[in-house]
Design a protein around this ligand. Structure first.
Ligand SMILES: [Mg+2]
Length: 412
C-alpha cells in the first residue's frame, strides 16, 4: 500500500526538525521539535539509544517530512511503518516513529486549538487515575553519562522522593506517605536485586523473602487501601517466575508485570495459567501485531503500552481499542521523560478501555521542571487532563540550544 498524500494549500508544512539528548538530566532521553511554516512547533520524545533514533530521523525520515503536510499524521505513520517493515521493524525504528508522531499530534492540536484527546474523540473521563512507581530522583537517569542498563537503576539513598530506597528501609512510612498524597496504587520492582545475583534462572528462598517482606509489612499496615503492582523487568525464567507468583499471592497484587522475558508469549500464557495471577504485558512490545498475539494467546489481564516506544499516540490508541475488543483493559507506561507521561494522559483520556496511568513522583518533582513549562497536577490519585492545545505542554527553548549534547537540526 502507498499512503496517499496530496499537496494542499491549507497544509501546514514542516520546515525543520531538531533533536537533542539532555544527558545532563537523563542519559537515554531524546527530545524532538518539529517546526512549521505556520510558526507552530510540535514536541516529541522517546527514550533509549537517542543517537540511533536521531540518526533515523535526520538521515532518513527527514527526506519525507521536510516540506510535507504536518497534519497528515496517518499518512506519515504508515509510510514509515511500511518502509521500516522491510528491515524487521525494530525498536529504534518504532521509537523514531513514536517521537515524530507525538510532535505531529501536538501540531494538529495547536492548529485546531484543542487538546489531542478531543481530536481522538474524547474525553471519556474528566481525570486520569495514576499510580506512583517507586523509583527515586536518579532512577534510570544516569545524568551526565550514558544510559544505564534497563532494570539496573540506582536503589537511591535516604532522603525525599527516594521511594525505591524507602521501600526496603521504611516500607510502611512510604505507603502512608503515598496514601497521604492521595495515591491509590504503587509499583515496585523489589526482585531486581535477586535477578542481578542469579541471572533470573532461579530465585533462592532467602532472596524471595527479602524482596517480599516490605510488601507484607505494607499490607499489614494499610490493609487494602493501596494497590500494589510488581514489575520484574523481564529478568526471570519460568520456574523463578512461578515461585515469585506463589509468594506474592498473599499480597494480592493488582498485576504482575514482565516477571518473565517478553520473548515468548506461549510461556507467558503458560505462566498466567499456572500462576492464576493477573498479568500485565508489556511495555517491551512494539506495535499492534505484537499486542494482537498477546490477546490471541490469552497471555495477559492488562495491556501495558509505552506511547513513545510502541508507535506514538496513533498506535497506542489503536492498541488500546484492540484490547478493549477483548475486554482487556489498557494501562500506559511512564518511567522516562515528561512527554511520555503527557502522551499517556491523552490516550487515557481518549479511550474508554484505559484504566491507569503510570507516573513517577520522584521524576515529576525533581528534573521535569528543567524540561517542561508546566508540571502535571496530581491530586487524590488522579492527574488533571491537559487543557492547553496539542500535548498541553512545551519543552523549554533552552533545552534545544545548539551547544547541548547530541543537538542536531535538519532544515528544508
Ligand atoms: Mg515496567
Amino acid at each position: 500500500m502507498q499512503p496517499y498524500l496530496t499537496p494542499s494549500d491549507a497544509a501546514v508544512k514542516i520546515t525543520a526538525i531538531e533533536t537533542v539528548n539532555p544527558n545532563n538530566l537523563m542519559g537515554g532521553l531524546m527530545l524532538l521539535r518539529i517546526h512549521t511554516d505556520a510558526g507552530i512547533i510540535g514536541h516529541g520524545e522517546t527514550y533509549y539509544g537517542p543517537g540511533a533514533v536521531a540518526a533515523l530521523i535526520h538521515e532518513w525520515m527527514a527526506d519525507r517530512l521536510l516540506g510535507s503536510d504536518a497534519m497528515a499524521i496517518e499518512s506519515h505513520w504508515r509510510f514509515f511503518y511500511e518502509r521500516f517493515g522491510n528491515f524487521g521493524i525494530g525498536g529504534a525504528e518504532m521509537r523514531a516513529i513514536s517521537a515524530v508522531d507525538l510532535a505531529l499530534w501536538d501540531i494538529l492540536g495547536q492548529v485546531c486549538q484543542q487538546p489531542i484527546y478531543r481530536l481522538l474523540g474524547g474525553p471519556v473521563r474528566d481525570q486520569v487515575p495514576v499510580y506512583n512507581s517507586c523509583g527515586n530522583p536518579n532512577y534510570g537517569r544516569n545524568p551526565g553519562g550514558k544510559p544505564g542498563w534497563p532494570g539496573y537503576g540506582s536503589l537511591g539513598e535516604p532522603g525525599p522522593l527516594n521511594d525505591s530506597y524507602q521501600l526496603f528501609h521504611d516500607p510502611v512510612g512510604l505507603a502512608r506517605e503515598l496514601l497521604a498524597e492521595g495515591y491509590t496504587g504503587m509499583k515496585v520492582w523489589c526482585f531486581d536485586g535477586a535477578a542481578h545475583r542469579s541471572g533470573g534462572m532461579r530465585i533462592s528462598l532467602e532472596d524471595l523473602n527479602h524482596a517480599i517482606k516490605p510488601l507484607q509489612k505494607i499490607r499489614e499496615a494499610v490493609g487494602d487501601k493501596l494497590e500494589i503492582m510488581v514489575d520484574g523487568h523481564g529478568f526471570f525464567m519460568l520456574p523463578a517466575a512461578l515461585r515469585i507468583a506463589e509468594a506474592l499471592r498473599e499480597i494480592q497484587p493488582l498485576w504482575l508485570e514482565d516477571i518473565l522475558k517478553m520473548d515468548n508469549l506461549e510461556t507467558l500464557a503458560d505462566f498466567r495459567a499456572q500462576s492464576r495471577m493477573p498479568i500485565s504485558a508489556s511495555e517491551m512490545l512494539l506495535h499492534r501485531p505484537h499486542y494482537q498475539r498477546v490477546l490471541e494467546t490469552k497471555a495477559a489481564d492488562f495491556i501495558m503500552i509505552d506511547p513513545t516506544w510502541a508507535g506514538g499516540i496513533s498506535e497506542s490508541v489503536r492498541i488500546a481499542h484492540l484490547a478493549q475488543g477483548y475486554n482487556i483493559p489498557t494501562t500506559l507506561h511512564d518511567c522516562t521523560g515528561p512527554l511520555t507521561l503527557y502522551a499517556g494522559m491523552h490516550v487515557n483520556a481518549a479511550v474508554a478501555g484505559c484504566c491507569y496511568q503510570e507516573s513517577v513522583r520522584a521524576h515529576i518533582r525533581s528534573f521535569y521542571q528543567e524540561l517542561i513549562d508546566e508540571l502535571p497536577v496530581i491530586q487524590d490519585g488522579h492527574v488533571a487532563l491537559p487543557t492547553r492545545p496539542g500535548l498541553g505542554v512545551k519543552l523549554h527553548d533552552r533545552v534545544f540550544s545548539p551547544d547541548r549534547h547530541g543537538y542536531r537540526v535538519t532544515r528544508l
